[in-house]
Every structure is written in structure tokens, then in C-alpha cells.
Write a protein that binds this ligand. Sequence first.
Ligand code: 6IA
Length: 142
Amino acid sequence: MKIYFAGSITGGRDDKDLYFEIIKKLKTFGTVLTEHIGDKTLGSYGEINLTEGNIFSRDIAWLTSADVIVAEVTTASLGVGYELGIAEGFKKKILCLYREQEGKKLSAMIGGNPAFMIKKYQTLDELDGIFSYFFFDNQSGE
Ligand code: 6IA
């Protein structure tokens, strides 16, 4: 099982510790292609040893090869939104994780898209049930 985890980089790194914990859980279900998203030393300037073009080509290749996409969408990110659109076009099984917060709202282009399984959560413990459902109980991803 190849898992593409998407999370904000230039959109803001406030949730980087959370991404790290999510990736740790996802690794029990398969190979996470994008482990660097949870790298606590990776700032909002991203990977400085690669050109933007290299990052784009590599990420599209990984998206193409991934079996499923899991995105943490609480911190709004242009890149994550773009990846989700591409993944939908590739007909991938997609899970979006969102923590509701006062004064913030998930984009309707994500929350209103029937192609995505949207799961709201507040604690990491809640993710165990969500992941079991996504990976084992729900074959269509919806
Ligand atoms: O718009 P964002 O940067 O927040 O988009 C984040 C998403 O796009 C992640 O899910 C990544 O898969 C991908 N991505 C965007 N930028 C990078 C990056 N460095 N390194 C790795 N993945 C990335 C950005 C460097 C750039 C500022 C020169």
C-alpha cells in the first residue's frame, strides 16, 4: 500500500508535529511516500536542496504511483488543494482530515466534494478508527 500524505509546507508549518504523528500512524498501514511533510526541521521554505521543478515532478510521480491520498487540510495550503484536485482526476481513493476551529472554515471546494472522504477529528486517538474505516471497511473511499 503506497500512501501519499499531503500537508501544508508554504501554507504554514503550525501543524508539523501533528503531521509527524499522523505519518507515524499511517506507516502501520503501508509505505508513506512523503515522510518529509512531517519533518520537524522542514520550514515553510520547504526543501532547499531541490528546485521547485524537481519537487513538482517528484510529487506528481509519487501521486501517480500512490494507492491512496491522505491529506491534513486544517492549515489551508495551495499545494495540498492542487494535489487533491490532481488525485481526484487520477481517481485515487482520498481521505481529508480536518480539525474544526472557531472562526475557520474548510473550503467548500474540499468539504463539498463527494469524491473525498472528509473526516473531522480533534485528537490523534480518533484517527485510529478513521484509518481502519478508510483502509479496510470502505473500498470505494466514499
Ligand atoms: O502550498 P504548500 O507548499 O503548502 O503545499 C504543500 C504540498 O505540496 C505538500 O503536500 C507537498 O507534497 C507539496 N510541496 C510543496 N512544496 C514542497 C516542498 N518544498 N517540498 C516538498 N513538497 C512540497 C517547497 C520549496 C519551495 C518553497 C522552493
